[in-house]
Write a protein that binds this ligand. Sequence first.
Ligand SMILES: [Ca+2]
Ligand SMILES: [Ca+2]
Length: 151
Amino acid sequence: MPALSGEFINGTWTGLVTLSGSSGNALVRVLDGNGHLGTSDLFILESAADLNGDGLPDAWQTRYFGTNAVASGPGDDPDHDGFTNLQEFQAGSDPLNPNSAIRISNLRLIDGDVRIQFQSILGKAYRVERSDNPSFRVPTVVADFVPALAP
Ligand SMILES: [Ca+2]
Ligand SMILES: [Ca+2]
């Protein structure tokens, strides 16, 4: 459970919730204290166990690579999209699909504002940063914890 509930923005609360326990089917629900109850759809809770200590949860590796260990390491890029398996895991993208990767797909200037478009993965949240320096050493956070939207 989160220590702080955070604020609602346009009627929506977004935050990280840690679900402990064994892997399997799970759901979450919210209560408002006035008898109103909301329940999520059933989803699969995967174990974060990493018995071989390579930085990737074993359940994630098994889901994508089965028992075939070829190109399933954290530094491998079996779909050749330029993102390692570790980066794909962190981003929530598919390590076997080169079209599934975090990339800015459209960037436009509109009346002095910048409109950025990128593929998002449901269940992930994103930080948008900017910098005047191409090295991006000291970026400024433009927006933080931007949730992915349902397709
Ligand atoms: Ca990849
Ligand atoms: Ca990919």
